[in-house]
Design a protein around this ligand. Sequence first.
Ligand code: FA5
Length: 336
Amino acid sequence: MKEELKNLIESASLEAKTIETENDYLNIKSKYLGKKSKLSDLMKNLKDMTSDEKKQYGPLFNKIKKDLESLFVKYYDNVLNKEEKITFDPTIPVNEEKGSLHPVTIIAKEVTDVLKNIGFMVLEGPEMESEYYNFTALNVAENHPARDMQDTYWLDNGLLLRTHTSPVQVRAMEKYGAPIKMCAAGRTYRNEDLDASHENTFFQVEGMVIDKNISISNVIYVMKGMLREVFNQDVEVRLRPGFFPFVEPGFELDCSCTICGGKGCQTCKNTGWIELCPCGMIHPNVLQMSGIDPEEYSGFAFGLGLTRLAMMKYKIKDIRVLNSGNLRFLEQFNVR
Ligand code: FA5
């Protein structure tokens, strides 16, 4: 028996040195320590041994089992350490190809930087929003057709994917009260038919100023200034009446299409203009619902289509390329 055990330990020790993978480790463990192993067979003899022999072999079997186990683990650890060393090998050449910022991220930073410089707080709001913040608190009644125009993705938890960044206005009014100057850039969602200028996932920047004696001329001044900074030149814009339940009066600010120079193309649906930034004076109901006295304060708000602004600045003909993950397209924006 002793001779057999000695041979077993010798061959296990030799084989342990060949462990190179997790599979090798598991196989050798099962071969020498498993239920059908030689050691297990030898241990079955215990029941026929005298009590003196049992006293001698019982502890010996246990010791051999433990020794072999730690031997296998030791060799397997060496394998793992070797793998770790390879993972952190500092001599591996660095991949010089770095990513660059997405064009919408570049524009979002440019716009919020301009607004920050003139005293706007830069805030964020949740993309998964409640019906109250997305519609009700913005004076959009439950059966109002404006809810249809901003059809969205309704979630199992009763929330929805926000259709615009306007809910951040409400959250900011509730948290900070008046006076206030804030902006918030972020992703918005709509259940849309896609075309060259409509995506189901796009970005907006909300802006809002509430103070005493605010008028529509303030919003026009801020928006024109912001566009001038982003485009590094004056851009042709036009203002026309627009309806949104949360502003009164409301306006649509359109930008002359930079793709066709205003001549008309597929991107601007042959109108020569791109709807860019609706705005208006905040409706008194909205102020009141968020705890601000409309007799004392007035304010303006705008909701800039950030993805469309990126299209206009970089002359991108089709909005769909922006969410496509197309690296050849994205590599052109070499900003980090
Ligand atoms: C709104 O979302 C309002 N919340 C804007 C607002 C804020 C008005 C504050 C008044 C006061 P509208 O649905 O028009 O409005 O969207 C605003 C801008 O987002 C559009 O002018 C357009 O530039 C952009 N936009 C709207 N839908 C899409 C779309 N499907 N794909 C890409 N851009 C879009």
